[in-house]
Design a protein around this ligand. Structure first.
Ligand SMILES: [Zn+2]
Length: 283
């Protein structure tokens, strides 16, 4: 099972939990968290109040094999399983115990293409989440994820954020950028430091707030038969209303329903998987 590190302050305070590598090959968080743990152990960083619990590598086996997952997506099965059947369901049971004990979770992910823009998800805009997101140094916030998954039964969605919400906790997912780029490791490291600062777990000058563009996710498209995206879309690419986005081999064309953004496009999506998401700027 995974390794965890717990550091307790002398005084009561906020209990922060941080995950790395929920997806095994997303290593920006892993690198940042190993550095952080070392600095705390060397007493370069002192935990004063509350506590910090760190799991640098949640999906150990997938991380060892440098793949996203073993049996299934851990970030879609994050709940208690009475009879866990898959490797990820077993890990989810352990991780959910930690989530139940924390006040807020910061879940560090990273992406797969050079130059990817870092961003945060804000699925449940609770006070603590917003306080944390304010001090994370990224330009974009994606909102509305739970709404686009509600009322459909195509894809199960038990994410870490949903688990937090279910247990009455706060939780935020940070996509740090391309995991092989050093700047993504810095995004991850600074986000955790600022989280420790803003919740006064460490003594740190109040981290400054960073202004952001909020994008409201409107829907996602599941690729349900053979077809292709019509451009090499990148996450956060802008599209104009009516722009042709994808075409199925039988001729059906999917167009943008509004001026907005293509989010999380998957050029190699398999049939039955999310192909891309669409969102608009929240004014
Ligand atoms: Zn991920």
């Amino acid at each position: 099972m995974f390794q965890k590190f717990c550091f307790k302050g002398k005084e009561e305070g906020v209990n922060l939990l941080v995950f790395g590598a929920v997806h095994g090959n997303e290593v920006a968080g892993v690198i940042a968290l190993k550095r952080l743990v070392k600095e705390i152990e060397e007493k370069k960083i002192v935990i004063n109040k509350g506590s910090l619990t760190v799991v640098p590598v949640c999906n150990i086996e997938a991380n060892r094999l440098d793949v996203r997952q073993i049996d299934e997506n851990l970030n879609r099965v994050m709940k208690f399983w009475e009879n866990p059947k898959t490797y990820e369901q077993k890990i989810a049971n352990e991780l959910c115990c930690l989530i139940k004990d924390c006040d807020i979770l910061l879940d560090l992910h990273s992406t797969h293409c050079k130059g990817d823009e870092p961003f945060v998800f804000c699925d449940y805009p609770k006070e603590m989440n917003l306080k944390l997101i304010d001090v994370i140094d990224v330009k974009y916030v994606l909102e509305g994820w739970p709404d686009i998954y509600a009322g459909q039964d195509v894809i199960e969605d038990y994410s870490t954020e949903k688990a937090c919400f279910g247990f009455g906790k706060s939780g935020t997912t940070l996509e740090c950028g391309y995991h092989k780029e050093e700047k993504a490791w810095e995004v991850a490291y600074n986000a955790v430091l600022n989280a420790l600062g803003v919740f006064e777990i460490i003594e740190k000058e109040n981290p400054k707030k960073v202004s952001k563009t909020h994008i409201l996710m409107k829907n996602f498209v599941v690729k349900n038969r053979e077809g292709c995206l019509l451009k090499n879309y990148k996450h956060l690419d802008r599209v104009k209303k009516g722009e042709e986005i994808a075409r199925y081999d039988d001729g059906e064309v999917l167009v943008a329903q509004d001026d907005g953004y293509i989010l999380l496009p998957n050029l190699e999506a398999e049939i039955g998987a999310e192909w891309y998401y669409f969102g608009v700027e929240k004014l």
